[in-house]
Design a protein around this ligand. Structure first.
Ligand code: MN
Ligand code: MN
Length: 297
């Protein structure tokens, strides 16, 4: 048994939904210590929680009402400002402790910057076959500004240190170093935002990659087009529409053997316009809940 509860602090309850059958966990990870362009993702967990309070508890994708389902919301992990090593250590302890105490509950993590996915996958590495990452970027640099653990290197660390396959969906912005790495590695696949003509091919590729696997899903909100999700730290044009993302997410949930965890990262309330990015992030979690119910219960 790992002692971990002293590391999380009670805060609001996701979607203000504290009753009903609780099948999803929520843990906030308010960290933006390595953010290179515009900091502010540390404010996202609370913003996404409260945004979710103000949209209907209904899954449009599955036609399910969600009013009779709640969340085990543990609040936010208390992270020491600026201390990357200690923050990653605490996140890993909480993830391990949570999955030991709630083995049947799928944890949903609210970032924070994308580096938080590294300690999560590290904690869950024995149960995960594949990490599916929605992202405009590769996050595959070997280092960024001389730093090995950064939002811009997270997928490289997951591949090289944790020996996990990574499937990047919505990828459309890579450095030369990243292109070479993708070419030379057998562990990374990229599916760019689909043109209309490739749509069925995209869904086929996703089915093939995820079929019967134990999957962890990470959604960097900049995978979505900045027209729909302007409140991110590194906006990149020509992204997925929210409907495309949800279509792909449905394919992943229905084709995988199991879903071991889910995160939504890089929402930056300080860059947002009328909260639309936080609201969309909240909606994605609610639709994910509908998909999980439909597939596994
Ligand atoms: Mn990212
Ligand atoms: Mn990104």
């Amino acid at each position: 048994m790992t002692a971990w509860r002293h590391l999380v602090g009670r805060s609001g309850v996701f979607a203000c939904q504290d009753s009903g059958n609780k099948l999803l966990g929520i843990i906030g990870l308010p960290m933006d210590w390595t953010t290179s362009y515009v900091p502010g993702t540390r404010f996202a967990p609370e913003k996404i929680r409260s945004a979710a309070c103000n949209i209907e508890l209904y899954s449009f994708l599955t036609g399910r009402e969600l009013e009779s389902y709640g969340y085990i919301d543990l609040g936010d992990v208390s992270l020491p400002n600026g201390d990357v090593v200690e923050s990653l250590r605490r996140i890993k302890i909480v993830v391990k402790g949570f999955t030991e105490d709630y083995p049947d509950i799928i944890p949903v993590f609210l970032g924070g910057e994308h580096l938080v996915t590294y300690p999560i996958v590290k904690a869950l590495r024995d149960e995960i076959d594949l990490v599916v990452v929605f992202d405009a970027h590769g996050d595959l640099r070997d280092d960024y500004l001389g730093v090995k653990y950064s939002h811009a290197t997270v997928n490289r660390r997951i591949v090289e240190e944790l020996n996990k396959r990574v499937l990047i969906i919505g990828g459309r912005a890579f450095s030369r170093e990243e292109i070479d790495f993708i070419k030379n590695s057998n562990e990374v696949d990229v599916i760019p935002p689909p043109l209309h003509s490739d749509w069925s091919k995209v869904l086929n590729m996703i089915r093939r990659a995820t079929k019967n696997r134990s999957v962890y899903i990470s959604i960097d909100m900049d995978a979505i087009d900045p027209g729909y999700a302007p409140g991110v730290s590194n906006p990149e044009p020509l992204g997925l529409t929210p409907s495309e993302l949800l279509n792909i997410l449905r394919e992943i949930v229905y084709s995988s053997g199991s879903i071991r965890g889910f995160d939504i990262v890089e929402v930056n309330p300080l860059r947002d316009v009328n909260n639309v990015t936080s609201i969309l992030a909240g909606k994605i979690v609610i639709e994910f809940y509908g998909l999980i119910l439909d597939r596994f219960y």
